[in-house]
Design a binder for this molecule. Structure first.
Ligand code: FRU
Length: 495
């Protein structure tokens, strides 16, 4: 039975969606149907389509009592909205239906597992004394019924010292032997983060197994939105720590992302950490979640936003928050690699190519412009008599605005800078990342989609993501070097 709260949300979003023009949204990045969006939730393949749910407050473009928005797609790029799936309408989730995941049950129904928050919750305010528990809802891909015995995990299922107010974001999966597993983020007595591991025979009755990983105050504090999967012979744990501190150029302060690569024994629940890195090195990326595609690819999408820079958009805007591109993951040499999913190739048209262009000072190239493009650059040292100190590509550019990527070969630092993107607040506008230049070459693949840029460095060894809400008339692209650079450019329009 659909509650009054959910019916109202569905009616509201259907009406408001019609007031937003297509051009006011990105072309192939998912945005909320209306109002506010944060984390991806329940990213899954079900009944022949990808399902993406999201943290959602339809009534305003700011965070409020969380609903689950819902969209489906066949190619991960063109999304169609479905009615909101969950609303905060039970005593155990009145404060919000927080993040979670989805799985198909053996009887063909889909199960959503999420965090129910009781009413006192204030996400960004000082009071965080509400209870967080794990709940489930079962449905047919459109309508979901909350389980009558919710919550399925509560404070009784915490290890000693585990916080009942920071206990959230369950990620569920099924083991080869049929048993269900889930991991949940939690805050132990030392105030940092830990990931808890639970198992179940039927996805409704859960047992605490063990602490899968302890942060011990190494990477930030509370770990949010964990995901765990096997990939290329390793196990990968993704999580989003709060209150991070930078370690050189790895991680940045505030809400960050962390990837641990190691080994995991599904029987014993022991995760052995071997390597750690950031997931994204740009400004806007948080709380990613993955899906296994029917052809066996591990694809990740994240919230292309950061809690620390939400002020970049006005609450007057009709929508807030976008998902990142779907990115195909792989592990090579103990590093996480990301590439835009192959589905993006089908969107490419109008190829323009330049080979061996000498860039000395500012260069504009005929046919290289736009705000929905796929741009591949190979940057090499030009005339060795005149080595360059700085190379830059500027985009979303007109007389007034530009966003830039600049590279300083001496320090091997790539910097993204959106200071001149027309943003209305002095929020975070720059990030620097240490990159490699194998064979003295730097390769960048830059994807623009109206209000964002995602940069895949050296075939996805690193990625930098940022939103930019520059007026669309700013569509120029130029190249600059203060010595000489030898540049290859391939551009496609996307859409
Ligand atoms: C992460 C997060 C989650 C929580 C959700 C609430 O961005 O804080 O931990 O479930 O957002 O909207």
């Amino acid at each position: 039975m659909t509650s009054q709260t959910l019916r109202e949300a569905r009616k509201y979003e259907e009406a408001l969606e019609k007031t937003i023009r297509k051009e006011e949204r990105p072309e192939f990045h998912l945005t909320p149907r209306t109002g506010w969006m944060n984390d991806p939730n329940g990213f899954s393949w079900y009944k022949g389509q990808y399902h993406m749910f999201y943290q959602y407050y339809p009534y305003e473009s700011k965070w409020g009592p969380m609903h689950w928005g819902h969209a489906v797609s066949r190619d991960l790029l063109r999304w169609e909205y479905l009615p909101a799936a969950l609303a905060p309408d039970e005593f155990y989730d009145m404060g919000g239906c927080f993040s979670g995941s989805a799985i198909e049950l053996p009887d063909g129904r889909q199960l959503l597992m999420y965090t129910g928050v009781t009413e006192e919750s204030r996400h960004c305010g000082s009071r965080r004394d509400s209870l967080q528990t794990q709940c489930v809802a079962v449905g047919d891909g459109v309508d979901y019924e909350k389980y009558e015995h919710n919550p399925v995990l509560d404070e009784k299922d915490l290890p000693e010292g585990g916080s009942k107010v920071d206990f959230r974001d369950p990620k569920i999966w099924r083991r080869k032997d049929g048993a269900y597993c889930c991991i949940v983020g939690n805050r132990p007595a030392d105030g940092s983060g830990q990931i808890l591991f639970y198992t179940s025979e039927d996805a409704f009755h859960w047992k605490f197994k063990n602490v899968l990983v302890s942060n011990f105050n190494r990477f930030g504090k509370m770990w949010e939105c964990p995901d765990l999967f096997e990939l290329d012979g390793k196990w990968v744990l993704l999580t989003s720590p709060q209150d991070m501190l930078p370690e050189g150029f790895e991680y940045h302060n505030g809400n960050g992302t962390l990837c641990l690569i190691g080994d995991f024994n599904e029987e014993t629940g022991v995760f052995q950490e071997m390597h750690s890195q950031s997931i994204d090195y740009g400004i806007d990326f948080y709380a990613p979640q993955t899906v296994l595609t029917p052809d066996g690819r591990r694809v990740m999408m994240g919230w292309m936003q950061n809690w620390d820079s939400c002020g970049i958009r006005s609450p007057e805007d009709p929508w807030f928050g976008q998902m990142s591109l779907p990115r195909e993951l792989s592990v090579r040499n103990n590093r996480l690699y990301q590439a835009p999913t192959k589905e993006l190739d089908a969107m490419r048209h109008n190829r323009v190519e330049y080979t061996g262009v000498t860039v000395a000072d500012t260069v504009w190239l005929e046919g290289i412009k736009g705000r929905k493009i796929d741009l591949e650059l190979t940057i090499r040292l030009g005339d060795s008599q005149e080595p360059y100190q700085k190379f830059a590509v500027r985009f979303a550019q007109n007389e007034r605005y530009h966003t830039s990527l600049s590279f300083r070969p001496r320090e091997s630092i790539l910097k993204i800078d959106r200071k001149f993107s027309g943003s209305r607040r002095a929020s975070i506008h720059q990030r620097r990342s240490l990159v490699r230049t194998p064979g003295d070459e730097l390769k960048l693949r830059i994807i623009l989609d109206r209000f964002s840029v995602e940069v895949f460095v050296n075939d996805g060894e690193q990625v930098l993501s940022a939103t930019m809400y520059t007026e669309q008339a700013a569509e120029g692209i130029s190249f600059f070097a203060d010595g000489t650079v030898n540049l290859d450019v391939v551009k496609y329009d996307l859409g």
